[in-house]
Design a protein around this ligand. Structure first.
Ligand code: PMV
Length: 320
């Protein structure tokens, strides 16, 4: 039996993170240059039910039975088994690999979850619909993050730009004009669960202040969506930068993120902000093609540990 291999992209939150947990809209984009991959190979000659898990980035190379009950990968596989009413998997090797940095706001956990669900389901002889994959990946995100909004698993599953509001139908965005982003890593690993918990704590202490910030961020997402759909790229810049300031007021930025944001703005970006949970991880700069190189260099000079130059394709470019 040939090995089954399935992949899923990384993602970026263009605007609206954190506020999205509280019902405000947010926009997320797939990042196709980075991805995770799960490969499942049958091992019929090993003893019944032996499942070897290999996930180099997590430092895992051991039998599933020896992983602790709290291991996210073990719990994710249990979710898949429950879904198919199985009490064990056939003997196999499951290898999860990824070039998405962990804890950096680029969707590493959602991407691994989606590739894991796809590959294991197909290995078991099932073809899940995209909404079913999305639902299972959401449940896995809950293992990783506690109370995720669901935006990460959604954008990664469908690999399309999304305008996302919790518990509302997903709106896929038809982008008329492609644009460019520079994504820069602070090199600081940060826990989304911790960032989300910190915001919740502050919100419970100051509900009026935080409620108002969430609403202001939601309004920025609404305006960004309008410009995006009208192909008004430069007009999105100040909205993204304003979003960063609100996130800073919420306490989820850090000096290195602020430094990268200001370096991007000084070197000609239309706008810049942290992206994802914050407290470290990545920021994004919206750039014109002519300033991309300069912004990229200034981000490296300001201490970015890695930089991705990403083109967000228009719908026409995707169907070409
Ligand atoms: O996984 P991250 O770090 O990109 O953050 C996801 C976005 C949050 O709004 C902070 C959390 C969520 O579940 O929506």
């Amino acid at each position: 039996m040939p090995a089954i291999s399935r992949s899923a992209p990384g993602k970026l939150i263009l605007c609206g993170e954190h506020a999205v947990v509280y019902g405000q809209p947010a926009i997320a984009l797939p990042v196709m240059q980075i991805c995770s991959k799960t490969m499942v190979s049958a091992k019929p000659l090993t003893s019944r039910g032996t499942v070897r898990i290999i996930a180099p980035k997590l430092g895992i190379d051991q039998d599933l039975s020896t992983l602790p009950a709290t291991s996210p990968i073990k719990r994710s596989l249990e979710l898949i088994m429950d879904h198919f009413h199985l009490d064990h998997l056939p003997a196999c090797e499951i290898r999860v690999s990824s070039n998405i940095p962990i804890g950096s706001g680029l969707g590493s956990s959602a991407s691994s979850s989606v590739s894991l669900v796809r590959a294991v389901a197909e290995f078991l002889g099932h073809r899940l619909s995209e909404p079913e994959i999305n639902q299972l990946a959401y449940e896995m995100e809950r293992i990783y993050h506690g109370t995720p909004s669901g935006i990460d698993n959604t954008v990664v599953t469908f690999a399309k730009p999304v305008y996302f509001v919790r518990e509302k139908p997903i709106e896929f965005l038809d982008i008329p004009k492609s644009f460019e982003l520079i994504i820069a890593d602070t090199g600081i690993h940060a826990s989304t669960a911790q960032a989300v918990a910190g915001v919740k704590e502050q919100y419970l202490k100051s509900p009026n202040k935080f409620g108002a910030l969430f609403e202001k961020i939601g309004n920025l997402s609404i305006q960004t969506r309008q410009h995006l759909l009208a192909g008004q790229i430069a007009e999105m810049g100040p909205l993204l930068t304003q979003n960063h300031h609100y996130l800073k007021q919420m306490g989820v930025s850090c000096p290195q993120l602020d430094k990268l944001v200001s370096a991007a703005l000084k070197s000609g970006a239309y706008g810049a902000k942290l992206s994802g949970g914050g407290l470290g991880g990545n920021m994004l700069a919206l750039v014109d093609h002519s300033s991309a190189q300069t912004v990229e260099e200034s981000l490296v000079n300001a201490g970015a540990t890695s930089v991705i130059h990403s083109r967000v394709h228009s719908s026409a470019e995707i169907t070409e």
